[in-house]
Each structure stands twice: as structure tokens, then as C-alpha cells.
Ligand binder design. Structure first.
Ligand code: DQA
Length: 146
């Protein structure tokens, strides 16, 4: 089985961007950790990052036959109906991850338009959330196929 690890806008700057909120782990390190966990669990992890909304929609479509998707939509979570519709359109379970505790931050981060159609939601656990997200996506996929 294959799982897509998809990171959205500004997450290419992980490690140096606002370390108070997001820590000092880089995106490359996150991708390594999730790939290693995938190997342990017997799944291939395909990693992608894009700063564009359409790019995220395309990646979601391309993952429609995967076992699952672990996605940090970045700020698109707060307003992208296009991304929400893409998540809603595919069979594969999509788990939404936010590194920071968005509920402890500005009010505009308290809304996620993608969360209602996600198979799971993790926030405020730091970059560990990606590993939790992978486990959750696989658990959801197993539920669906049983
Ligand atoms: C984020 C939270 C978003 O509000 C923000 O726009 C991001 C990162 C997080 O991982 O905590 O880019 O998704």
C-alpha cells in the first residue's frame, strides 16, 4: 500500500519558519521520519509539498487510489473550498495535520473547511502529528476495507 504525505504552503520552510510555533525539525526530516515509520508498518510513503492550491488539488486527485493521505493544508485549511471538495471527492481517507495548536492562536485559524470531510484531525502535537496521522490514515483504511 501507498500513502501520500502532502504538505501545503510555507511548509517547505519548516525548521526555520516561526520555530516557536512549528519547532526546528525540517520538512526533509519530517519526510524521513514518516517514510521510516511507513517502512516499519509495510507501506510506501510518497512525499510532496506545494505552495499552490491547485497543486494540492492535483496531488489529492492523484492519490485517489492510495491507501490514504496525510495532509497538512497550511493556511488553505482555513478557506479553500476547492481543497475541501478534492478531499471529499476521493475514496482514500485523508487525515488532516496541523503542527501547532491552531485553537490557541488567532481566531481565523480556528476554522477548518477541510476538517469536516477529513477522516481524522490532529493538531497541536508538533511534528509528531505526522506520524500519528500516518497511523490514523492506515487505521481508517483498514476499517473501510473490513
Ligand atoms: C499550520 C497552521 C496554519 O494555520 C498555518 O497557516 C500553517 C501551518 C500548522 O501546521 O500548524 O501554515 O497548518
Amino acid at each position: 500500500p501507498t500513502v501520500l504525505l502532502l504538505n501545503g504552503p510555507n511548509l517547505n520552510l519548516l525548521g526555520t519558519r516561526d520555530p516557536e510555533q512549528y519547532g526546528t525539525t525540517t520538512l526533509a526530516e519530517v519526510e524521513e521520519r514518516v517514510t521510516a515509520l511507513g517502512r516499519e508498518l509495510g507501506v510506501e510513503v510518497v512525499c510532496a509539498q506545494t505552495n499552490s492550491e491547485g497543486g494540492m488539488v492535483d496531488r489529492i486527485h492523484a492519490a485517489r487510489h492510495y491507501a490514504g493521505v496525510v495532509m497538512n493544508p497550511g493556511a488553505y485549511a482555513h478557506y479553500s473550498i476547492a481543497l475541501r471538495d478534492a478531499v471529499d471527492a476521493i475514496e482514500a481517507p485523508v487525515v488532516e495535520v496541523h503542527i501547532s495548536n491552531v485553537y490557541a492562536r488567532e481566531e481565523f485559524r480556528h476554522t477548518s473547511v477541510t476538517a469536516p470531510v477529513a477522516a481524522g484531525y490532529v493538531a497541536g502535537c508538533g511534528v509528531l502529528g505526522y506520524e500519528l496521522g500516518l497511523r490514523a490514515a492506515l487505521a481508517r483504511a483498514a476499517e473501510r476495507s473490513s
